[in-house]
Design a protein around this ligand. Sequence first.
Ligand code: ATP
Length: 213
Amino acid sequence: MLIVGLTGGIASGKSTVSRRLKEHYKITVIDADQIARDIVMPGESAYKKIVEHFQENIPDLLLNDKQLNRAALGQWVFGNADELKVLNGITHPSIRLQIFKSILLCYLKGYKMCVLDVPLLFEANLDAFCGITISVICTSELQIERLQSRNPGLSIEEVHNRLNSQMSLEDRIARSDYILENNASLAALYDQIDLLVTKITPTSMRTVLEYIP
Ligand code: ATP
C-alpha cells in the first residue's frame, strides 16, 4: 500500500485536493483535521485531560452540550507557549495513534493506496512513513484572499499570525516529492491532479508497521 502524504500552507487548497482525490478517484483520505476534532469529543481520554487541566482558567471551556469550546481554548493557548505545549502534549499522541489506526485499517482492507491529509505533515515528521509527499502551494496573496473570503471574521492581524506561523515555502518545497501549484482556476488544479495520479503507483510503499510505537 502506498501512503501519500498531502500537505500545504493554510488555505492553500489541501481540502480541495483531498476532496477531488476522494470523489473523483475514490482514494481513501485520512483527514488529520477531522481526527483532531474527533479525539476531543466528550468521553474521549484527551477530552477528559483537557477539561481537567484548562477548566479552572477558562470558565466557558464547555458549551451547553458539553462539547469543548474550541474557540475559547484556542484563544487561551494562543500567545501562551506553555499552555499550548500542554494542549499539544495531550492531543498529539491521540492524533498520531488514531492516524496509525486508520492507516492500518486501510492496509488490512487491502487498499493499494491511501492519502494522509495533514496540515503539519513535515513539522510532525509524519512524512517519515509516507511513500511520497505532495504539497499544495499558492502565493501568500492568494492565501490571504482565500482565507479572508472563507473566514470573514478573521482580523488582518490574525490572518498574518497564521501565515507567519507556517514553515517557509522553500523548506516545504525542498521536503516534497511533488508540488501542486494552486495559483489559478480549480480546473487548472484538477489538471495537475490528473497528471500526478498517473505518475504515482503503489510500488513505493514503506512498511507502516515499523513506525508503530
Ligand atoms: P486550511 O489549511 O485552512 O484547512 P486548505 O489548505 O484545506 O485550508 P481549502 O479549504 O481547500 O484549503 O481552500 C481554501 C479556500 O480557497 C476554500 O474556500 C476553497 O474553496 C478556495 N479555493 C481553493 N482553491 C481554489 C482555486 N483554485 N480557485 C478558487 N478558490 C479556491
